[in-house]
Structure formats: C-alpha cells, structure tokens
Design a protein around this ligand. Structure first.
Ligand code: NAD
Length: 424
C-alpha cells in the first residue's frame, strides 16, 4: 500500500503519532464518541514555573509539566524527563502512552508523565537538587502513592527520585517511599528494577523467536543505544546466548559478526568514554547502523528513529522497540509491508513499569522481595502480555501487533471508565 508521508516535523510530533494510532484502535473497536473524547484529552495538565537560585547568585526560571492522561484504572504512573527539548505535546503523548502501557501489561495504574525544560548536564548538583525540590513542591498536591507516582526518565535518575521522595515526605511529615519508583535500594527501591526494561525486552524477543522457529544462538541482534535499556538488554541477551553483532551509539557504532563481548565493551566505554575503537570489533558508519542485516533490531535510544524516510531500509525480521516511540505512525505501514514482526514499545519496554509497580507494592507492604521473585513475576507478566497481544492479532484479520496492543489497552481503559461511570 503506498504511504503518503506528511512533512517530517508533523510525522515526528509524538502527540500526532499517538493520536493516529488511537484513532485506528478506537475505530476498530467501534468505541463510542463520548469515550473517545474522554481518552483523547488528558485528565489534568499542570504547568509550573520554577524559580531556582543558581550557584552564581542569579535567579533562573524553568518551566515544568506534569500531565495525568488517565487515572481510570489507578493512580497515574510515568517518568519525569529533564531535557532541553521537552514540550507539552511530548509530555502529553508520553502520558497517554503510559496509560496504554499499564493497561497492556494489566497493572493497576493510569498514565502520567512529567518534564522540565532544562539541560541537566549544564547544572551543578546543587542547582539540580534545588530545581527538583521546587518542581516537586509545584506538583505536590497532585502526586502521591494513591494519586500519581513518578519515576526516572531521560535526564533523571535514582538520586533525583530520592530528592522528590524527601521533599514530599517533609511536607507529609512521614517517610512516604511509595510516592516515586526507581529509588535507591536504601530508600525502598526494588531489586531488579535497573535491569527490568532490558530484561522485559529479552523476554518478549525470546517469545517472538519461539513463534518464528528461531534459536538465540543463531540470532543476530543490532542494538541502538547502549544506556540503561540497550546496555541491560545487550548484557542479558548476550548471557542468554544471542549474538549481539552491533551496538550503535550517537557518536559511534561497532560490529563483530561473531557477537560482541558485551562486558568487555562496557569496560572499554567506561575507560575511554566511547564504544569506538573497541579492539574486538570493527568501527562502522553510525548513520548506517540501523540498516544492517540482522534478525532482531532493538532501538533503545530515543524517539522517531524509524520514519517514512528510512523504514524501507530496515533489514531485520523482528523489531523490538526498547525506546518509547522509536517508530512514527506513518512508518508502521512500511514495516507491515516488509513483514517485519514488530513488538511495539507499549509491550516491549513495559518491563520497567512492571517492576516499578512491584516497587510500589513492596513499599506499601513494607516487605521486600528477593531478586528471583521479582524476575519470575516480571516474566509471568511479560509472557502473558505478549501472548495476549499476539493472540489478539492472530484472531483479527488486518490487525498487526501494534494495533492489537493499542486495542487491548483501549478496551481495558474504556471498560474501566464505563464501569466507574461519570461523576456528576
Ligand atoms: P539512557 O539515557 O540510559 O540511554 C540512552 C542511550 O542512547 C545513551 O547511551 C545515548 O548516548 C544513546 N543515544 C541517544 N541518542 C542516540 C541516537 N540518536 N543514536 C544512537 N544512540 C543514541 O536512556 P534509557 O533509560 O536507556 O532510555 C532509552 C529509551 O527507552 C527512551 O526512549 C526511554 O523513554 C525508553 N524507556 C526507558 C525505560 C527505563 O526503564 N529506563 C523504560 C521504558 C522506556
């Protein structure tokens, strides 16, 4: 089917991409107009202007957002991003994605997301802490273990979560660990959380291999992004016997047809600051990295890397979307025409939010699980969710995995809204 591509800036607007997929899933479900209207707009959008005293004495004002897309199935859940290119549209789209993601893996959360327009690399530790605490104070009335539970995202980490938890707790007058997830272990973090997203990617990829009659030992994997998600996926998949033939980063890409030694590559990057010139691999053109012949392509870096302009160049059998929104809605049809088996982001990278859910449960119980229990429960949820999505796609003609995931999610959220009814 020919694809009519809009202008690239329209195509890569995450809110427009999210809306296109929503419309398709809603039309197939014959969702009534009223419920569509409810789900097409966020429940609440908060904008805060955050004054921060910089180290040199000047005052700067940053803009931050917290968007709660839906709280129909439970408290809002979603990360906080600190980045210079944060926009309200992006935060809106990411909040909606969280609603669908939590519904796909059937955990009792709605969807939310936060962001602050800032460059954390340009801020000192003290400035970052003051910014985080003042942002937290600005959104304080709307977050909480039963309201909305933030987590780390691009540009934030466990230390930022500790500051949020502390700020919230000082106002609540008691330690409230369940207000955020992705915390340090000593503040109620969960075992297995830092590996969870990469582990989830591996679990669903193994399920896809089984379905396609493939074996890990003969499966060539190309991973874009060697950070939390990509690095952990690389490490765990390589231990499970996959051949990770290439890692593509923003500044370099390396290739070894026999499979990279991931631990050695991590050490090399820690020592040199880059993956380039790794002695046991060949440097290749980073701009061509995504187009290598492989069995599994795992984008785990950033949004919009697969668009109408380059989707036809992919040469993978399986696309496992570790990143959020790596593929634009317009590129979906091109991947379908190429018969690429897509494991969509709201399923593929849901391991992170699933273990965040486990963290929230453990904090509320005050009872902590061992790592094996976390991993076993994660595997149970990822496996069941993969089966539900792929089974739904098998049963409905013309419904690919992404549409199936969106339809399942939308149906669950719509059903919760109908069952609750509208207040007043
Ligand atoms: P990260 O910052 O730890 O890692 C991202 C890596 O990608 C970095 O090494 C960076 O250098 C690299 N990168 C950035 N732009 C690139 C480009 N254009 N080409 C190649 N490499 C590039 O971030 P992360 O936590 O691993 O998140 C990656 C993606 O996964 C994001 O889209 C995030 O929203 C999504 N995600 C993360 C989690 C999680 O638990 N961390 C969960 C779900 C989804």
């Amino acid at each position: 089917m020919p694809v009519i591509a809009p202008e690239l800036d329209q195509e890569t607007n995450p809110w427009i991409s999210a809306a296109a997929r929503f419309d398709e899933a809603a039309a197939r479900l014959r969702l009534d107009d009223g419920i569509c209207k409810v789900l097409k707009s966020a429940t609440k959008e908060i904008t805060v202007h955050i004054p921060v005293q910089l180290d040199d004495g000047r005052i700067e004002v940053f803009t931050g957002y917290r968007v709660q897309h839906s709280i129909a199935r439970g408290p809002g859940k979603g990360g906080i991003r600190f980045a210079p290119d944060v926009t309200l549209d992006e935060v809106r789209a990411l909040a909606a994605w969280m609603t669908w993601k939590c519904a796909v893996v059937n955990i009792p959360f709605g969807g939310a997301k936060g962001g602050v327009i800032c460059d954390p690399k340009m801020l000192s530790d003290g400035e970052l802490e003051r910014l985080t605490r003042r942002y937290t104070a600005g959104i304080m009335d709307d977050i909480g273990p039963d309201r909305d539970v933030p987590a780390p995202d691009v540009g934030t980490n466990d230390r930022v979560m500790a500051w949020i938890m502390d700020t919230y707790a000082m106002h609540a007058r008691h330690a409230t660990t369940a207000v955020v997830t992705g915390k340090p272990m000593e503040l109620g973090g969960s075992r297995g959380r830092s590996e969870a997203t990469g582990r989830g990617c591996m679990i669903v990829t193994l399920k896809a291999l089984k379905r396609l009659g493939m074996e890990p030992a003969s499966t060539r994997v190309v991973i874009q992004g060697f950070g939390n998600v990509g690095g952990m996926a690389a490490r765990l998949m390589s231990r499970a016997g996959f051949k990770i033939v290439s890692i593509v980063e923003y500044d370099a890409a390396v290739y070894n047809p026999h499979g990279l030694d991931i631990e050695a590559l991590m050490t090399h990057r820690a020592e040199t600051g880059s993956i380039t010139d790794f002695p046991e691999a060949e440097n290749i053109d980073k701009n061509e990295g995504l187009y290598q012949q492989c069995d599994v392509l795992l984008p785990a870096a950033t949004e919009n890397v697969i668009t109408s302009k380059n989707a036809a160049r992919l040469r993978a059998q399986i696309l496992c979307e570790g990143a959020n929104g790596p593929t634009t809605a317009v590129a979906d049809q091109i991947l379908a025409d190429q018969k690429i088996f897509v494991i969509p982001d709201i399923l593929a990278n849901a391991g992170g939010v699933t273990v965040s859910y486990f963290e929230w449960v453990q904090d509320r119980q005050g009872f902590f699980w061992n790592e094996q229990l976390v991993n076993d429960r994660l595997e149970e949820i990822m496996t069941a969710s993969f089966d539900a999505v792929v089974g739904y796609s098998d049963k409905h003609a013309g419904v690919n995995n992404r549409t199936a995931a969106n339809m399942l999610a939308l149906d669950r959220v719509a059903s919760a809204i109908r069952t609750r009814g509208l207040y007043a």
